[in-house]
Write a protein that binds this ligand. Structure first.
Ligand code: URA
Length: 296
C-alpha cells in the first residue's frame, strides 16, 4: 500500500542527503535547466566574412521568430558574484580545456604560481559546484608526496585535502611510519570537489591531470604514493585495478626526472574494508624502506 503521509521538510532533506546533496553551494536554488536553455538561445559570435565558396545558409540568421526566453529564466534579483563568475565558466570545448590546462600548468614556475593559475582556471565544470580549490596540505619540500582522488565535503569546506574521516586514517598511516603533515606533502588528482562526491568523469580527470603532474614536478618528491585506484590509474597511465597495482614500485616520469611511485589502497576504502589494512600496512613499510634508501 502506498504511504499517504504528506512529505515534510525532513523527508526532503533526507532525500537530498541520500542523493549526495550535502552542501548548499549558493544562497538561493539555481535552475540549471533554465540556464542551459538560456545559453542555447544566446546569439553566437559572428562568423568571419563568408567566402564565395561558402553557401549563403552558413551565415544567414536563423529563420522564424526569435527564440523566446524560457519562462523559468524570467528576470530575478541580481545574482551573487559567485553566480556571475560561474555563468561565464566552461565556454571551452573539452579538448581545448585540456590543452589550455597543459599550457597553463607548464607556465607555472613555482607551486604558488601554479596555485594562482588553478584559482583562475575556468575550464573545469567542477569549479562551478565546489566551494573552493583544494590545492595541497603538508610540506611541499617533503621527500614523499601522497596523491588522492578528489576532495570530499570536509575538504571542500576547509580547502585542505584529507581532513575528513579518511584524512584521519591517512594521518594514522603516516604516523605508523614516522611521518606527519610536516614531513609529507598531500594533494589530489582533482582539486575541486565533485558534487555529491560522485566519481570524476574521464574528461574532468583529463583536464585536471596537467595541474597535478606539474604540482608533482614542482614539489619534486623522492617517492610518490598514489592513494587508491583512480589516482594510480590517472598518474601511472594504466587501467589496472588497485589490487594488482598496489605494493610495487614503478617509475613516474615528472618530465624532468624519474621518481619511484607506489600505489596503495585509499583510506576511504580501508574504512569500509578493514581487512585491506594488512596490505596497506605492507605498502607503508615499503614506502618507509624506500625513503631510507632513496637520496637519503
Ligand atoms: N578523498 C580523497 O581522495 N581526497 C581527499 O582529499 C579526501 C578524500
Amino acid at each position: 500500500m502506498i504511504d499517504q503521509r504528506p512529505i515534510d521538510l525532513a523527508d526532503i532533506l533526507a532525500f537530498h542527503l541520500e542523493a549526495g546533496v550535502d552542501v548548499a553551494v549558493d544562497e538561493a536554488p539555481m535552475n540549471r535547466f533554465a540556464e542551459s536553455a538560456q545559453e542555447a538561445a544566446r546569439p553566437r559570435p559572428q562568423l568571419p566574412e563568408r567566402t564565395q565558396a561558402e553557401p549563403a545558409q552558413a551565415v544567414a540568421p536563423p529563420r522564424g521568430p526569435t527564440p523566446q526566453r524560457p519562462a523559468a529564466a524570467a528576470p530575478r534579483a541580481a545574482p551573487p558574484a559567485s553566480q556571475v563568475a560561474s555563468s561565464a565558466l566552461i565556454t571551452q570545448a573539452p579538448d581545448e580545456a585540456v590543452m589550455s590546462a597543459r599550457e597553463l600548468a607548464r607556465g607555472a614556475g613555482s607551486l604558488a604560481e601554479l596555485r594562482a593559475i588553478m584559482e583562475g582556471f575556468e575550464g573545469c565544470a567542477l569549479k562551478r559546484t565546489a566551494s573552493r580549490l583544494v590545492f595541497a596540505d603538508g610540506n611541499p619540500k617533503a621527500r614523499v608526496m601522497f596523491v588522492g582522488e578528489a576532495p570530499g565535503r570536509d575538504e571542500d569546506q576547509q580547502g585542505l585535502p584529507f581532513v575528513g574521516r579518511s584524512g584521519k586514517l591517512l594521518d594514522l598511516m603516516l604516523a605508523a611510519i614516522g611521518l606527519d603533515r610536516t614531513s609529507a606533502y598531500i594533494a589530489n588528482v582533482i582539486p575541486w570537489r565533485p558534487p555529491g562526491n560522485r566519481t570524476p568523469t574521464p574528461q574532468e580527470t583529463a583536464v585536471c591531470l596537467p595541474f597535478i603532474a606539474r604540482q608533482i614536478e614542482l614539489a619534486n618528491p623522492d617517492i610518490l604514493v598514489c592513494l587508491g585506484g583512480p589516482s594510480a590509474q590517472a598518474l601511472l597511465a594504466t587501467t589496472e585495478g588497485i589490487t594488482k597495482l598496489r605494493g610495487r614500485f614503478m617509475n613516474y616520469d615528472t618530465g624532468s626526472r624519474s621518481i619511484r611511485a607506489i600505489a596503495t589502497f585509499h583510506p576511504a576504502y580501508l574504512l569500509r574494508t578493514p581487512i585491506g589494512k594488512r596490505l596497506a600496512w605492507r605498502d607503508m613499510l615499503a614506502v618507509e624502506a624506500a625513503l631510507r634508501t632513496e637520496r637519503a
